[in-house]
Design a binder for this molecule. Structure first.
Ligand code: ZN
Length: 131
C-alpha cells in the first residue's frame, strides 16, 4: 500500500489526483489488475469525473451544496454534518482497472479527492492487486 498525502486548500474542493495515483501504478510492478484508491476520512471522498472543463468539478461542488446545505438543522455537535453526508454520498473508495501497467480511464475521466471540510491534510491510500 502506498500513502499519498494531499494538502487541501479550501473548505470544498475537488483535487485531481490521477497523476499521483498513476505514478504509484507505474512503479507498482503489476501489469494488470486493480488499483483501489481509498480515503481513511469521514468528511472526504474519492470520485471519478470530468477533468477537461474546470467548471464540471465547480458545478458538482455547487450542486452538492444545494443538495446538502451547510445549515440543515443537524444534531452532530462538531458542526460538519453536511460534510459527513457528502462523503457518504460519494464514498470513500474507487477501483480502477490496470492494463499494461497503466490506469484504464476514459479520455475525460480523472480521479478526484473530494474535500468537504477543509482545509486539511488528507491521506489517499493506493493498493494494487494483480500480476
Ligand atoms: Zn463531524
Amino acid at each position: 500500500m502506498t500513502v499519498v498525502t494531499v494538502q487541501t486548500a479550501a473548505r470544498f474542493e475537488m483535487i485531481d489526483i490521477t497523476g499521483r495515483v498513476a505514478a504509484v501504478v507505474r512503479t507498482g510492478g503489476i501489469k494488470q489488475g486493480f488499483c483501489t484508491v481509498f480515503v481513511p476520512h469521514t468528511t472526504a471522498a474519492v470520485t471519478i469525473n470530468e477533468n477537461a472543463d474546470p467548471d464540471v468539478p465547480r458545478d458538482i461542488l455547487a450542486g452538492l451544496d444545494r443538495l446538502v446545505p451547510l445549515a440543515g438543522g443537524y444534531r452532530h455537535a462538531e458542526g460538519n454534518s453536511a460534510a459527513h453526508i457528502k462523503a457518504s454520498l460519494f464514498g470513500a473508495s474507487q477501483t480502477v482497472l490496470v492494463e499494461d501497467g497503466a490506469l484504464v480511464l476514459g479520455t475525460w475521466q480523472s480521479l478526484f479527492l473530494c474535500e468537504f471540510d477543509g482545509p486539511r491534510t488528507r491521506k489517499v491510500l493506493v493498493k494494487l492487486t494483480g500480476a
